[in-house]
Unconditional design. Structure first.
Length: 155
């Protein structure tokens, strides 16, 4: 994976590293993932921190200000992923990038502590595969058991 963080003219992180991952490359990093596209953009991990502020602002604009039974972890993950993909499209609309989508999507799994299922976002970055909790914006470390317990994951 690449080691340089991509920035725009102002020094702000941009969405991708510029590296495009084939379906085969994604499957090597994320066994069992469901994919709807043929090529994915590797995500710039520095952008994830910037993106969370934009994501939360948009949720607040919509009146979504807290967790609720009707807007729980899987809804946060769906909206996070959908909005990030829309941002990528907006940012790359006039480019010739071969990736159709960001290498980012929901990851539903069983918590190791037995407290039930949870949904986060998995992302392929220049640092490898990382997991983000869309309710906090923080990177989370999943155990091997939790990674293997995935019952829904897609890009």
């Amino acid at each position: 994976m690449s080691t340089t963080a991509a920035t725009d003219r102002t020094g702000k992180p941009i969405t991708t590293t510029g590296r495009v991952l084939s379906r085969e490359a994604v499957r090597e990093n994320v066994p069992g993932v469901i994919m709807g596209d043929r090529a994915y953009a590797e995500v710039n991990s520095a952008w994830l921190r910037e993106w969370y502020g934009t994501f939360r602002s948009e949720l607040f604009r919509l009146g979504i200000v807290k967790w609720d039974d009707r807007f729980d972890c899987n809804r946060f993950a769906d909206v996070y992923a959908g909005m990030a993909q829309a941002w990528f499209f907006r940012e790359t609309f006039h480019s010739n990038i071969q990736a159709q989508a960001l290498a980012l999507g929901p990851f539903w799994y069983q918590r190791a502590d037995g407290s039930g299922g949870h949904a986060v976002i998995q992302v392929l970055t220049e640092r490898g595969r990382v997991f983000i909790d869309p309710q906090t914006g923080r990177e989370v470390e999943l155990s091997v058991h939790e990674r293997m317990s995935a019952f829904l994951q897609y890009f």
